[in-house]
Design a protein around this ligand. Structure first.
Ligand SMILES: [Fe+2]
Ligand SMILES: [Fe+2]
Length: 331
């Protein structure tokens, strides 16, 4: 088989092996496009100073706000750890497109970068970091949520089938596009109330990465539809929708748990509608009917506010207007 024949035979899964990573020409140029986007969005947690937030956490946050902040940090940090390992030990070993494998490697690096970001926040504000890192040992709701997500990603550890892989892709779309988002909302609401602005900056950069990861997995889903159409039976769609709705229920119950005690700008109804709205957006991206017909976005301000440099407040206080690679001009 010559090189061109080999590249033409290439597939996202179950394709011929190419351990030499010959990537010209590309069979899956969308993976390259995603890798470019990830590289262009490069950022480092240590570049966002936490000093203001340390003072704010200790002097301006009430008990419910601190509890919400801690719980959100605990879960988000756990989730990025789970995702880093999932990409390396589950998803990555079944991918037979070198360009998709390289993009997965970059994504795994970014998940590790997010773990560092949450560590930066935890170590800055918490007097007892172990209470955040180890929260899952005492918080049953958090422990169960982690367990459910890990069990999903471990499905690929048994005998491999394309259907299992496609469901793992849906699991990742839930992870990148739903599970993080009540946590993100909590940080944006605090920032809108003028609190923990540096933490919100961390979250904005993390969310921008997660949006790219989400798009990467949506492209994988589309590629599976082209290369493995036999996967997409009515049973598969039913299982995929069920999985996403289970993710929604889990994220809503966790989101409500984080705001116990009452936080200005957040209610149980806002948490629930926000997550259902996001699930509808993810479903639409996959070409599905809405999972929750008629649900309206209860927090339309978040879309602009969460964009890097998208809020009216310049959180960087005169620092660069964007953190694109090659465009760093720290004054
Ligand atoms: Fe992440
Ligand atoms: Fe991610």
């Amino acid at each position: 088989m010559n090189l061109i024949e080999m590249i033409n035979a290439r597939r996202l899964i179950n394709g011929p092996e190419d351990k030499l990573m010959c990537v010209s020409p590309l069979k899956h140029p969308w993976a390259w496009e995603m890798l470019d986007r990830m590289e262009n969005n490069h950022w480092l947690p240590k570049s966002i100073p936490m000093g203001d937030d340390v003072l704010c956490y200790r002097t301006r946050m009430d008990q419910a706000e601190r509890q919400m902040y801690d719980r959100s940090l605990a879960f988000l940090s756990n989730l990025d750890g789970i995702q880093f390992n999932n990409l390396i030990t589950n998803i990555g070993r079944h991918v037979t497109s070198p360009e998709a494998s390289m993009t997965l490697a970059r994504q795994a690096y970014e998940e590790a970068n997010h773990v560092r970001s949450y560590a930066t926040m935890t170590e800055a504000v918490s007097l007892a970091p172990q209470e955040i890192y180890g929260m899952y040992q005492t918080d049953e709701i958090l422990a169960n949520k982690n367990k459910f997500i890990m069990a999903q990603s471990d499905e690929l550890k048994g005998d491999f089938t394309p259907v299992k892989f496609a469901l793992a892709v849906i699991g990742n779309i839930c992870l990148e596009g739903i599970y993080f988002y009540s946590g993100f909302l909590n940080f944006y609401v605090l920032a809108k109330n003028g609190k923990m602005l540096k933490s919100a900056d961390h979250i904005k950069y993390i969310q921008r990465d997660e949006e790219t990861h989400l798009e990467f997995f949506c492209r994988m889903y589309e590629t599976l539809q082209q290369e493995n159409p036999e996967i997409f039976t009515p049973e598969f769609y039913a299982a995929a929708r069920k999985l996403m709705m289970a993710a929604v229920e889990l994220e809503i119950s966790w989101g409500k748990h984080t705001i116990e005690g009452g936080v200005l700008g957040l209610t149980d109804a806002i948490v629930e509608l926000r997550i259902k709205h996001l699930a509808n957006v993810r479903a639409a991206r996959l070409g599905w009917e809405p999972l929750y017909p008629g649900v309206k976005n209860p927090t339309p301000w978040v879309e602009k506010f969460s964009a890097v440099n998208g809020s009216e407040v310049n959180f960087f206080e005169g620092k660069p207007t964007d953190y694109q690679a090659g465009g760093l001009e720290w004054s």
